[in-house]
Design a protein around this ligand. Sequence first.
Ligand SMILES: C[S@@+](CC[C@H](N)C(=O)[O-])C[C@H]1O[C@@H](n2cnc3c(N)ncnc32)[C@H](O)[C@@H]1O
Length: 350
Amino acid sequence: MSSPEAQAYRLLTEYTNGFMVSQVLFAACELGLFDLLSEAPEPLGSAAVAARLGTSSHGTRLLLDTCVSLKLLQLESRGGQASYRNTELSGTYLVRASPKCQVNMLAYLARTTYRCWGHLAQAVRDGKNQYQEAFGVASDELFTAIYRSDGERVQFMRGLQDVWSVSGRPVLTAFDLSPFRLICDVGGCSGALAKQCAALYPGCRVTVCDTPDVVRTAKEHFGSREEEEEEEERIGFWEGDFFKDPLPEADLYILARVLHDWSDERCSHLLTCIHGACRPGGGVLVIESLLDADGRGPLTTQLYSLNMLVQTEGRERTPAQYAALLAPAGFRDARCRRTGGLYDAILARK
Ligand SMILES: C[S@@+](CC[C@H](N)C(=O)[O-])C[C@H]1O[C@@H](n2cnc3c(N)ncnc32)[C@H](O)[C@@H]1O
């Protein structure tokens, strides 16, 4: 049995090395390791992996064995030769051909989010995001900084949609949305959640509301797959500034990971605009990672809230804090459903 002091030191080491674990994951994805192993007809040895990826034999061996310890790869021994194959985790979430692939989000975290987190102490001092420090871009207009180039916009949009292949159904079925025929996905980005909504509720039409550049990018880069053609016919786009331009009339407004970008004042303004456009008896569905009632957990949501500090103007909130924003805007009867996943849902009515 180790002493409390030794246990504490082990915990400290685990926290200290956390960033190295993220980097192993990011590097393996960037190199295409998991794609290679999923395409190979049988497990591959280290030399074969190095040859096909064009990487050094020394570095490849270290990376492969670390991935085994992280349960991202499984080691097999054949005739005394070590070979590697994907585990269920990497095969499901880290292979590009998998329908639940999260690799675009990992790439965004590796290239953009990681750099902002390098300035976390300064963000805590300043109480604001770190685009100026990390990328040399002003962030007076938040999404001008986030979308600072066409490439960055596409990367952000690709990254953000990954999670809905895992969490889309749970958040959209937390409440029965079938009574809502006309739905607006406000800040709907690439339209990934809108497509799932259209698939789950065949009686609805969904309008994706976003900025002109995002709508153009969604149309250019995020077309529907063949099996999604029926849903696509029930999806439309609205382009504008949701703080300034009147939103289309609808029965339900989805706000997925939108309110967490903004201060209470801007959220109140947006919710008041939505209330004005909402049909009588309609509602708003807020989809966010929710803090516990006392705000002291879960850790993942607390980390997301710090992420909002370094990357946005907002924060994650408790259900009561969302209810306190919804009520003055005219939305009543806010009900919260936890999904057990990363994102939860709150439905409130006009
Ligand atoms: C954090 S993203 C969430 C995207 C999507 N709902 C999701 O959860 O994947 C916020 C979205 O709000 C959009 N947005 C930000 N400011 C906007 C504005 N003033 N008018 C319209 N859309 C805006 C962004 O372009 C982006 O698509």
